[in-house]
Design a protein. Structure first.
Length: 389
């Protein structure tokens, strides 16, 4: 196969962005094969932007049209697994946008279905994995350059959304239509990166506020504490009502520390040896000199490096799409395999469930309990049908 023809299912903000990246030549090895949307106005915009590209109002018709070798799903979260399985079953390579689904049992079905069709490429759009800053940070952590992780903290409150944002669509910020708030809409990339770099936690305890500063049913304020075992912990704070916003990610290891500001610049501190060894070996005279800021203080204890990379608009999304095409054509390893979509959904579910039950929950929580709690909230809304396991 030469150029991979991509079918875009859902021509909204994200779908049209992918079409633009392809049109502008930012995705080598990929062309726009077809577009699908149930909204005639969206198809009209697509026709104006890419004249002659086949259009469909029913995704089943696109899947059987022969106009696409692969598809990307940019549709409401609940629909990702259903449409992705249909595409995989039709023999089309498939990428789902984030999140892979709303609750773990539906994502598990998708992953099992995809695993039964290994001839089809299955990926997820975790574009932040293509950010060279986070790629380098993962390399540093994986290589043990800051030692074993002891604590991580991510304050990511740069998701300010006014009330009008939630009122632009009836399904938005509802349990039955969207499946949650900031955890399923804004912060899935951070949930993925946090686990991609620091590992999957064992358990979660959370305090979550629903409709705290907005007239919505779902969460707009989250504080979650995760436990990795052996004393290692992590904290996530996120919200959609902080108009100033903070994005600060810290990873503390026993041989160093990484601090990321604004997802743009990182400071990497590497200790000369394990912090406990420094503590044991330092004399009180050396401690006094250190606290006084002596010339022979910190310079003998650690080195500091600053990481800063240029970022072009759309480059990370384009890189993931290019990688998707390359895996299809020549087997290049995927940046974000589709099965990895489970991690973020599972953590978001655990955070919800902990707050609903008022207790710490294991990361491998009982899915039936989560779904029952979710359906209770969908029932209370009275707008959408309950979900099945």
């Amino acid at each position: 196969m030469g150029t991979v023809r991509l079918g875009i299912i859902g021509y909204g903000t994200q779908g049209s962005t992918y079409a633009t990246l392809i049109r502008e030549g930012m995705v080598p090895g990929m062309s726009l094969g077809a577009v699908c949307d149930i909204d005639p106005a969206a198809l009209a915009r697509a026709a104006e932007a890419d004249p002659g590209v086949p259009q469909y109002s029913d995704y089943h018709d696109l899947l059987t049209s022969g106009e696409a070798d692969a598809v990307v799903t940019t549709i409401p979260h609940y629909l990702h697994p259903e449409v992705a399985m249909a595409a995989i079953g039709a023999g089309l390579h498939t990428m789902v946008d984030k999140p892979a689904g709303v609750y773990t049992s539906q994502v598990a079905r998708l992953n099992e279905f995809a695993a039964a069709h290994p001839e089809v490429t299955f990926a997820v759009m975790f574009n932040q994995r293509a950010n060279p800053l986070y790629q380098r940070i993962k390399e540093i952590v994986d290589a043990g350059e800051i030692g074993a992780i002891r604590r991580s903290n991510w304050i990511i409150t740069t998701w300010w959304r006014p009330q009008g944002y939630y009122e632009q669509s009836a399904w938005r910020a509802t349990w039955g239509g969207e499946g949650g708030g900031v955890l399923v809409n804004q912060v899935p990339h951070q949930l993925d990166l946090w686990q991609w770099i620091c590992g999957v936690p064992r358990s979660v305890f959370s305090k979550v506020a629903y409709g705290f500063r907005r007239d919505i049913a779902v969460e707009d304020e989250v504080t979650a504490l995760v436990d990795y075992g052996e004393g290692a912990t992590g904290v996530l704070v996120t919200a959609t009502h902080d108009i100033v916003g903070t994005d600060r990610f810290e990873i503390l290891g026993d041989r160093g520390k990484i601090v990321v500001e604004g997802s743009k610049v990182a400071t990497v501190t590497r200790l000369v040896k394990d912090e406990q060894d420094i503590s044991k070996e330092m004399s009180m005279a050396e401690v006094s000199q250190l606290f006084r800021g002596g010339d022979n203080g910190t310079a003998q204890l650690f080195t500091t490096e600053t990481l800063d990379y240029d970022r072009a608009w759309g480059a990370q999304h384009a890189t993931v799409l290019e990688n998707f095409a390359a895996h299809i054509t020549d087997g290049t390893p995927l940046i974000a395999p589709g099965a990895d979509g489970m991690n973020g959904v599972r953590l978001a579910n655990a955070i919800h469930l902990s707050s609903w039950l008022g207790e710490e929950v294991p990361i491998d929580f009982d899915e039936s309990v989560y779904l029952a709690e979710l359906n209770k909230r969908i029932r209370d809304e009275g707008k959408y049908p309950e979900r099945e396991a």
